[in-house]
Design a binder for this molecule. Structure first.
Ligand code: NDP
Length: 460
């Protein structure tokens, strides 16, 4: 008989934990999973999924406007937040049920309690005060949004957790931050009709993205909302008619809600890492090796709590690779170097590979192919926005090392382009691919002349 109650104890029922638990159970491991809130984690419950449904809701505003150019008469559309909220929440609950069912079918014992580590093989369940002995522990507890900057009145702001609980559409909203979450929610609220201000401390949104994409986004957002760059929040006060946000330049913005999206931090507080012998890094994350193993051999960690690439599909991959390695006899680790990703702004951003600046640093001489054009639909709709596409090619090998798209459906397009780039496609491979006409994406395979050849940094 085993000295342990279970082979694997998973803490956290989000994307990474659920995948690891199911696959490990499929290999025959006895698995218990503790989730203190709702199975599905940030992505399903208060992240990717409900957010994307809100993005869809917002985009109808453009569609109604654009329809006129194609002969439609659209009476003044009205939007009902409560309908969206009810239907969105129902869909989230449905998905939560599916996650639960899948775990159950896989034979995973799900316990709806907070779990704390007492030593490298012992877990205490706080609700029932039960103690479970596990051969291995997988920490997949994710991260939480921070309320920063720490200025007076910041407690009056909401984060990307509470935004899903709002009972009505704020008529006026201030969104703070320049990352994925701020950019996406500012886009949603502006589209749904809130008077939206997006405030970011830097001079460009989306640090780490290609500079031209960042400029294109700023141009588009400047037309859709009040975009304030290079400014910071100094204070928030409650006034009779709303919240008054004062900025560092002394200006004031009166709003109904302030949404801070200034980053997320690993959920390690009170987890018992000290008892387990695990130290976190400077960002509060759990350090792991390529196989997601911590310095304590029986304890592993995947997903946002490890702060590698904080994206759902990456957490899923890490969870799956962990189970394959430990229970499936197939040692596998996740390649974090090439991760296609999308920002669901409107218009959307889709990227894979390096930015122009990093490609130049890494490869020396690169060709930059670029197309900036009005999409065909805009010819009749009259919408002014432009699509930007960039293909970056390493001159020495002809390999495509970065693709950046700013425009509608960029997320859908980049998923397919990501396959080619992951396979090591060359520019010649792109060129011999026959275009799908008429599409916007055909530009990716019809760019023949580099707009510019950039030489190694410093060579002039
Ligand atoms: P990010 O870390 O991406 O961005 C945080 C933003 O807040 C940055 O613009 C940062 O500015 C700014 N900021 C940080 N601290 C302060 C401060 N004290 N005062 C003012 N501004 C500040 O975090 P997010 O919350 O946007 O997203 C968290 C993670 O969630 C991301 O890493 C992303 O991977 C994931 N995510 C992915 C999505 C997708 O795939 N579509 C959607 C949503 C989230 P600066 O740049 O100057 O540091």
């Amino acid at each position: 008989m085993s000295a342990y109650d279970v082979d694997l104890f998973v803490i956290g029922g989000g994307s990474g934990g659920v995948r690891a638990a199911r696959i490990a159970a499929g290999y025959g491991a006895r698995v218990m999973l503790a989730e203190e809130y709702r199975v599905g984690g940030t992505c399903v419950i208060r992240g990717c999924v409900p957010k994307k449904l809100m993005v869809y809701a917002g985009r109808f505003a453009d569609e109604f406007e654009d329809a006129a150019g194609f002969g439609w008469t659209v009476e003044r559309p009205r939007f009902d937040w409560s309908v969206l909220k009810r239907r969105r929440d129902a869909e989230v609950a449905r998905l939560e049920g599916i996650y639960d069912t899948n775990l159950m079918r896989a034979g995973v014992d799900v316990v709806p309690e907070r779990a704390v580590i007492e030593d490298p093989h012992t877990i205490r369940l706080l609700g029932s005060d039960r103690v479970v002995r596990a051969e291995r522990i997988l920490i997949a507890v994710g991260a939480h949004p921070v309320k920063e900057p720490a200025v007076p009145g910041i407690e009056l702001a909401i984060t990307s957790n509470e935004v899903f609980e709002l009972e009505s559409l704020p008529a006026r909203i201030l969104v703070i931050g320049g990352g994925y979450i701020a950019v996406e929610f500012a886009g949603v609220f502006a589209a749904l009709g809130s008077r939206t201000t997006l405030l970011h401390r830097g001079d460009r949104l989306l640090r780490g993205f290609d500079d031209e994409v960042r400029d294109a986004l700023a141009e588009a957002y400047g037309q859709r909302m009040d975009l304030r760059l290079g400014r910071t929040l100094a204070q928030i006060d409650r006034h009779a008619d709303g919240l008054c946000a004062r900025l560092d330049d002394g200006s004031e913005i009166l709003v109904d809600q302030v949404l801070v999206a200034t980053g997320r931090r690993p959920n390690v507080a009170g987890l018992g890492l000290d008892q387990a012998g695990i130290e976190t890094d400077a960002a509060g994350a759990i350090p792991v090796d390529a196989y997601s193993q911590t310095r304590v051999p029986s304890i592993y960690a995947v997903g946002d709590v490890t702060n590698r690439a904080n994206l759902t599909p990456v957490a899923i991959r890490e969870g799956h690779a962990f189970a394959d390695t430990v229970y499936g006899g197939k040692p596998s680790c996740v390649d974090h170097r090439l991760i296609p990703t999308a920002v669901f702004s409107t218009p959307e951003i889709g990227i894979v590979g390096h930015t122009e600046a990093t490609a130049r640093e890494i490869y020396g001489t690169i060709d930059v192919y670029k197309a900036r054009f009005r999409p065909m639909k805009a010819t009749l709709s009259g919408r002014e926005e432009r699509i930007l596409m960039k293909v970056l090619v390493d001159c020495a090998s002809d390999r495509v090392v970065g693709v950046h798209i700013f425009g509608h459906d960029a997320g859908e397009v980049i998923q397919a382009v990501g396959i080619a780039v992951t396979m090591g496609a060359t520019k010649a491979d792109f060129d011999r691919t026959i275009a799908v006409h008429p599409t916007a994406a055909e530009e990716l395979v019809t760019m023949r002349v580099p707009e510019v050849t950039k030489h190694p940094v410093g060579s002039g």
